[in-house]
Design a protein around this ligand. Structure first.
Ligand SMILES: [Ca+2]
Ligand SMILES: [Ca+2]
Length: 204
């Protein structure tokens, strides 16, 4: 009986501490940038939210006359977490047009049905399945950088836009209900233990 009560109170407390996930979208204003030949281009985005990431997707729109020159990665400067999104796929393909990098996408950059332009649409990052989940649980807040490396002489491009998208939850702030639940969670085991100690003493 006591065990059932403790379990119920615990579940109540956990439920009270979790906030629902809500969608977010942050657009970089550091865009319309030249992607110079054989050079690294870094674009910044400042996210002003302390919400915790549940699922992160990265939207990128760029022109390039030979995307096989490019490696693209996303980095959260506050935490140092970095994920490669694109790594010289497609060879002579031109442009990465309104592509959403998404762990849950069904299409990869090696899909033989693709035409010589990537997008529009959702693609899995090239660094592997569930790579963007590396950011799950981090606060959105702070500077993010999109790094575009042009690694081969000849051909260049232009970054049109990029964004962080996905869903996140507000950090946990115990309300009155959860505070009461946590309080009960603390005192109930003590009360139960005391009951059995007193009973054991009477029997001895
Ligand atoms: Ca996703
Ligand atoms: Ca180049």
């Amino acid at each position: 009986m006591q065990k059932a009560i403790i379990t119920a109170v615990g579940l109540l407390a956990v439920a009270a501490l979790h906030s629902p996930a809500t969608p977010f979208s942050f657009d970089s204003v550091d865009v319309q940038r030249q992607i110079a030949d054989n050079t690294t281009t870094v674009s910044i985005l400042d996210a002003t939210s302390s919400d915790l990431i549940n699922d992160l997707n990265v939207f990128v729109d760029l022109d390039h006359s030979w995307v096989g020159d490019l490696r693209i990665s996303i980095r959260h400067e506050n935490t140092g977490t970095e994920v490669v999104l694109f790594n010289r796929a497609g060879g002579f393909f031109q442009d990465i047009r309104k592509v959403t990098f998404d762990d849950q996408a069904s299409v990869s950059f090696t899909d033989p049905s693709l035409t010589p332009t990537f997008g529009p649409g959702s693609f899995r990052p090239q660094s592997g399945n569930l790579s963007l989940s590396s950011f799950d649980g981090e606060s959105l807040n702070g500077a993010w950088t999109l790094t575009i490396e042009d690694l081969e002489v000849g051909y260049n491009g232009r970054l049109r836009s990029w964004s962080l998208r996905g869903d996140a939850s507000a950090p946990s702030v115990p309300d009155a209900g959860s505070t009461l639940s946590l309080f009960l969670l603390g005192i109930l085991p003590c009360a139960v233990a005391g009951h059995f100690l007193r009973r054991a003493k009477r029997l001895s």
